[in-house]
Design a binder for this molecule. Structure first.
Ligand SMILES: *Cc1c(COP(=O)(O)O)cnc(C)c1O
Length: 338
């Protein structure tokens, strides 16, 4: 379409991902419902983060980096995807991960197991230290440079202006998926995605805007609150616009919406009803969501639709942004529901 001035990118993700109809669930809810399977962007590289890393790591390679540094919460999908992509590109990786007690880090399961498998160096820090993660990462990068290394720093979630291009590309892909459906790409739709650091939503909103897709773009936050993400998504959008000359900035409630109210017990903590919703979808449609992001966003979407079936219009695309490995550390809690 040529409307998005993409920066250079390295190909890491398996795209286009399928747009899969959820026919049985859609009938039950009275809407045309599709799921964009971004959990299928890869295996070790699976999920939404790899779309952003295609752009971000291209910049790292162009800068001559020999190692990447990034941060995340425990079981971070972003950290795992970064470490796996780094290994694939022949770069070293250091992950700075948040945990309650760094002296007793969590066992190597789920994403942490994969981080270790691909050779990432893990540095555990406390939640208090995590609040200053930006400074900490800069210090580490400085030490590495002093020793002759060439570190490249990836901010949390890869949610930079550059990373957002990954989801502009996803919208372009979605537009061509929709063009193949009865009704085509001109029918109004609502795009729904879990929001954790904001880059995915910023990219989706910018993409919809630049490509004139008749879409409402709704993020369901899985941490923090609406105010935080209204600012954060707009900030990422501004960075993408100013650094890459997009000529479009994002405004909350016009270009994107944040639907708050489904954080539940807190980031990465699951309520039984959320896990039950994940189980029920797996049984009804054979699609497996994750408990930290997509499960909460999905639960939110269902609750809103139950309350008001017309609230998202007649056509919905839910983004499955990945995270499957986060399900395994919750096996005990899930087993009670099976
Ligand atoms: C990181 C993540 C998200 C949220 O994306 P952001 O760009 O950080 O808002 C959603 N789903 C999964 C599975 C993730 O790992």
């Amino acid at each position: 379409m040529g409307k998005v001035p993409y920066p250079d990118r390295i190909e890491l993700a398996h795209t286009p991902t399928p747009l899969q109809p959820l026919t049985r669930l859609g009938q039950r809810l009275g809407v045309e419902l599709h799921i964009k399977r971004d959990d299928l962007t890869g295996c070790g590289l699976s999920g939404n983060k790899i779309r952003k890393l295609e752009f971000v790591l291209d910049e790292a390679l162009a800068a001559g980096a020999d190692c990447v540094l990034t941060c995340g919460k425990v079981q971070s999908n972003h950290a795992r995807a970064t470490a796996a992509a780094a290994a694939r590109l022949g770069l070293a990786s250091r992950l700075v991960l948040r945990t309650e007690d760094p002296q007793n880090p969590p066992p190597p399961s789920g994403n942490i197991l994969l981080d270790r498998m691909v050779g990432a160096e893990i540095v555990w820090i406390t939640p208090e230290q995590y609040q200053n993660r930006g400074v900490l990462l800069e210090e580490m990068a400085g030490e590495l440079r002093a020793r002759g290394r060439k570190p490249y720093l990836v901010p949390e979630g890869g949610s930079t202006g550059l990373g957002a291009f990954g989801y502009m590309r996803a919208v372009e892909e979605l537009a061509s998926d929709l063009a193949g459906l009865p009704g085509g790409a001109k029918e109004p739709l609502t795009i729904i995605a879990a929001t954790g650091s904001g880059g995915t939503l910023a990219g989706l909103a910018l993409g919809a805007k630049l490509l004139d897709l008749p879409a409402r773009v709704v993020g369901i936050n899985v941490a923090a609150d609406r105010d935080y993400f209204v600012n954060e998504v707009a900030r990422i959008g501004r960075r993408a616009a100013s650094d890459y000359g997009l000529g479009a900035a994002l405004e909350a409630d016009r270009d994107f919406e944040i639907l708050d109210g489904y954080v539940g017990l807190g980031y990465a903590l699951s309520r039984p009803e959320e896990l039950a919703a994940i189980r029920d979808l797996a049984r009804l449609e054979g699609v497996i969501l994750d408990p930290v992001y997509t499960g909460k966003a999905y639960y939110g979407m269902i609750k809103e639709l139950e309350r008001n079936p017309g609230c998202f219009g007649s056509r919905i695309v839910f983004f499955h942004t990945g995270g499957l490995f986060g399900l395994f550390p919750k096996a005990d809690q899930l087993a009670e529901l099976l």
